[in-house]
Structure formats: C-alpha cells, structure tokens
Design a protein around this ligand. Structure first.
Ligand SMILES: [Zn+2]
Length: 126
C-alpha cells in the first residue's frame, strides 16, 4: 500500500520536473518603449498575463516559486508601464498656462507676452 503511494509521489514529482520542458514555459517579453497606444496595450497584456498566471497557479500548472516569481515580475513591469504612461501624459498634455488666452497659440515656457499677438500671458511663476 505505502509503496503505491510512494510510486505515485515519484510519478507526480517526476511529471512536474519534466513538465516545464514540454509546455511553453512562461517567458517574459522584452518590451521596447514606443508610443502611448503601445503602452496601453502593454498594460492590458501584462494584466491579462497576471490573471493567467493566477489561473495557472490555481489549476496547479505553476509551482508556487514560479507563481511568486512571475507575479512579481509582471507586477513590476505593469508598474513601470503605468509610470511611463503617467510621464507621457504629463509630457504631451499641454498645460493651459502655456497657451495664449487670446489666440490659443502655444507659448514658450518663459514667455511673458504672446509672440503672435502680444497679449500678456499672465505667467507669474519665477
Ligand atoms: Zn496670442
């Protein structure tokens, strides 16, 4: 009786040892940064991957070590993407104060008068 349990344990652990070589091991894609839509896509992909990792772990397809490692990796990447998205938003979002209130021209950051129509910009930060 105990020898059968022993055999099962060997088979199961053997299966888990061999398994990573036969299935597509979860690889983390190397992301190159270009463009906002790309970042949004990356974010969605990462969140989707995280859900899949969670699912795989609960189905017993991932070892706890893999689960912890991958979750941490993907969360880290998701955080990086989110931060990049925020930075891009700040960068591309034209602040209201840098537009002429009169002609809506984009003004140089240090301009006190609009170079197009001469209206004072109301820029008062030193
Ligand atoms: Zn103007």
């Amino acid at each position: 009786m105990s020898s059968i349990i022993y055999l099962i344990i060997i088979l199961v652990s053997g299966y888990f040892l061999i398994q990573p070589f036969f299935r597509n091991s979860p690889s983390i894609p190397a992301f190159a940064s270009n463009g906002d839509s790309d970042l949004v896509y990356k974010k969605e992909e990462l969140l989707k991957e995280l859900k899949e990792i969670e699912f795989d772990y609960q189905m017993g397809k991932l070892s706890y070590e893999d689960y912890v490692f991958l979750t941490r990796e993907y969360k880290l990447r998701a955080a990086q993407v989110l931060q990049q998205l925020k930075q891009d938003e700040n960068f591309t979002g034209e602040p209201e104060s840098h537009r002429c209130a009169h002609c809506q021209s984009v003004l140089p950051a240090e301009a006190r008068f609009c170079p197009y129509c001469g209206t004072e910009t109301g820029e008062n930060h030193a």
